[in-house]
Ligand binder design. Structure first.
Ligand SMILES: NC(=O)c1ccc[n+]([C@@H]2O[C@H](COP(=O)([O-])OP(=O)(O)OC[C@H]3O[C@@H](n4cnc5c(N)ncnc54)[C@H](OP(=O)(O)O)[C@@H]3O)[C@@H](O)[C@H]2O)c1
Length: 221
């Protein structure tokens, strides 16, 4: 997999993943509802990468509908509240495509992060329900955007990768393995995506109590 389109690529997750992938030699197309915002985000990411990356040519930007057109992988990096409408707008373009959802359905109240109930079971399953032909994979839910941006440091994270299409899961594992310090772990069917999504609330709660940005590891694997 050599090209990744990021829908909602202007956010902290999209920019962070873009920087890591471009550094790894992957072509990234940053998407936004506003092409100018996408271009500004791409300029920012190129600035993080500096001349040393040698891969700045691998980063382009545009409207969400434009960037998804011919990418090998489409990463959904929008807030849960905008997910359904975004997927509906892009539904034709997502037909038959490898779509990765990093979306966490969560909110915050005075006690911290809390998962939101999703009728379909999870955000990833919502995508699969709206575009049944898409090869939907769930991944990257609990990787910290702050850590992604610290390009001089390897990540220190396991990334559960979930999906019902084994080839699609293997392709996403191979893609994420290119990120220094990231260990993608094929973890089971899409019906478990909600577990990975909800785990993010636990990590955010730990962050809140311990004032840090924890990562997640499977031990003894
Ligand atoms: N931040 C993290 O560390 C992190 C880590 C793992 C997973 N995630 C998940 O990844 C997703 C993105 O996280 P984020 O922190 O980058 O989010 P964000 O900054 O809130 O949103 C990302 C981008 O989505 C677009 N957007 C905002 N509202 C939208 C709507 N209603 N409809 C369509 N697009 C909308 C915006 O781009 P434009 O306005 O330019 O279109 C925004 O820059 C979330 O679902 C989050 O749970 C985040």
């Amino acid at each position: 997999m050599t090209s990744v389109a990021i829908v909602g690529g202007t956010g902290p997750l999209g920019r962070g993943v873009a920087a890591r992938l471009v550094r790894a030699g992957v072509t990234v197309r940053l998407g936004s509802r506003d092409p100018d915002r996408a271009r500004a985000a791409a300029d920012e990411v190129a600035g993080w990468l500096g001349d040393a990356s040698g891969h700045d040519g691998g980063l382009t930007a545009g409207g969400n509908a434009e960037v998804v057109v011919d990418a090998d992988v489409i990463l959904l990096a929008v807030p849960y509240g905008g997910l359904g409408a975004t997927v509906d707008q892009l539904a034709d373009a997502l037909d038959g495509r490898l779509v990765v959802s990093a979306v966490n359905p969560l909110t915050f109240d005075d006690r911290g992060p809390v998962p939101l109930a999703v009728e379909e079971g999870s955000a990833a399953e919502l995508v699969a329900a709206r575009v049944p032909s898409a090869r939907v994979v769930a991944a990257l839910h609990s990787v910290s955007s702050r850590e992604l941006k610290r390009l001089d440091e390897p990540l220190d994270d396991d990334v559960p990768v979930l999906g019902d299409d084994e080839e699609a899961v293997a392709a996403v594992v191979a893609l994420l393995e290119r990120i220094d310090g990231c260990r993608p772990v094929a973890a089971g069917p899409l019906r478990l995506a909600g577990v990975a999504e909800d785990l993010t609330c636990l990590l955010l709660s730990v962050n809140r109590r311990h004032r840090t940005h924890v990562g997640f590891r499977f031990t003894r694997l």
